[in-house]
Design a protein around this ligand. Structure first.
Ligand code: AMP
Ligand code: ZN
Length: 114
């Protein structure tokens, strides 16, 4: 998608602090971190929101979680606790319309989320 910020991060035309990349998935530091660990994990392939997911995305969505868990492990929060969350549309506060998994940790996280 030509005008998508996260497609541009995935293809390297907009810089980000990458923490993981493979053929299907890219992960990078959130620009405005809400916790000591705040990484975004995205599929390279553009999908605007969870509402547009089809069976063809099943594999990559699973990989997002596996990459998230690997990052949590590397960053030392696997045992203390961490959260993976994906927002969809207005009421959830989605601002970038390319699906992304927020990986948060390194502090006590409130529940329920606001
Ligand atoms: P959401 O509100 O769920 O759509 O999350 C979008 C996230 O993208 C927010 O946490 C922003 O801080 C983050 N963000 C926006 N622009 C950038 C960027 N250029 N690099 C890294 N993170 C970004
Ligand atoms: Zn995109």
């Amino acid at each position: 998608m030509p005008d998508c910020l996260f497609c541009k991060i995935a293809d390297g035309t907009i810089p980000a602090t990458l923490v993981h990349q493979d053929d299907e998935v890219v992960a990078f530091e959130d620009l405005n971190p809400q916790a000591p660990l705040h990484v975004l994990v995205i599929p390279r392939r553009h999908v605007p929101t969870m509402n547009e997911l089809g069976a063809e995305h099943d594999q990559v969505m699973g990989r997002l979680y596996r990459v998230a868990a690997a990052i949590a492990g590397r960053r030392g929060v696997a045992a203390s606790g961490w959260r993976a969350v994906m927002n969809a549309n207005r009421d959830a506060g989605q601002t970038v319309f390319h699906v992304h998994l927020h990986v948060l940790g390194g502090r006590q996280l409130g529940w329920p989320p606001g």
